[in-house]
Design a protein around this ligand. Structure first.
Ligand code: ATP
Length: 237
């Protein structure tokens, strides 16, 4: 099967410091693929490079057979690649609905605004109830849902999550993973970056492990759950 996203032999530097070392991975259409790793392993750097936010020193990024390695951010977004960034990055003084509308200003998304707003409110009834509430006054869990909702307003074909469960209480972590699963079931192609290895291995079709800027292991969620070194390093048993 053709890949939706193909990252080939990519290296990335910050100045003289190499952060990513020759990494390769692919995400097939409709799959939920995960990248797991500890703090500072290079997960956010990898995501930013796919979005066009960081230049590659080496390698290429192919999306639906098109080389996007040097494509500017807005063009990448208009192809349907959307990032739910770490830390949500909402507009705190705008209300829920205004934050969602901001997501729909892309060329590809504008004509779909009403349809996507309806979809977001169906997926997150709490956001519908609170559509006039100022974003800063939402709970952490609600803010994460709003960040995901805003990403959906961009009408993504490939949605990428940067540690969506970070800093959330366990019950909300479960909620976030349920939403990711639901979007997967709806057929979206998903690239999930997480430190919560336990939950991630349960939902991912396929998983890559990144350590110190290198992919050190890959396999299905089941395979990695059974892997002794993964259990020791990430699952604590
Ligand atoms: P986290 O969970 O902390 O977000 P991460 O896996 O996403 O971790 P990255 O943020 O991608 O890791 O960082 C990878 C490496 O690149 C780290 O060594 C980090 O210190 C370095 N790095 C990240 N951003 C910059 C920057 N703007 N300038 C210099 N070095 C950076």
């Amino acid at each position: 099967m053709m890949s939706a996203l193909e990252v080939k032999n990519v290296s990335i530097f910050y100045g003289d410091t190499q952060a990513i070392w020759d990494i390769s991975f692919s995400v097939k259409p409709g799959r939920l693929v995960a990248l797991i790793g500890a703090n500072g392993a290079g997960k956010t750097t990898t995501l930013k490079s796919i979005c066009g936010l960081l230049p590659l020193r080496q390698g290429s990024i192919i999306y639906e057979n098109q080389d996007i390695s040097t494509m500017p951010v807005h063009e990448v977004a208009d192809l349907g690649i959307t990032l739910v960034p770490e830390g949500r990055q909402l507009f705190p003084k705008m209300n829920v609905e205004e934050n969602l509308i901001v997501g729909s200003y892309l060329k590809r998304a504008k004509p779909m605004r009403a349809k996507n707003l309806k979809r977001v409110f169906e997926l997150f009834p709490r956001l519908a109830e609170r559509r006039k509430q100022i974003a800063a006054t939402l709970s952490g869990g609600e803010q994460q849902m709003l960040a995901i909702g805003r990403a959906l307003m961009q009408d993504p074909k490939l949605i990428m999550f940067d540690e969506p469960s970070l800093g959330l209480a366990p019950i909300l972590v479960q909620e976030v993973f349920n939403v990711v699963k639901e979007l997967h079931q709806q057929g979206l192609t998903i690239f999930l970056v997480e430190q919560n290895v336990h939950q991630t291995l349960k939902v991912a079709d396929y998983c890559y492990v990144i350590e110190n800027g290198r992919i050190v292991k890959q396999g299905t969620g089941k395979e990695l759950e059974a892997d002794e070194s993964i259990r020791e390093a990430y699952l604590g048993f």
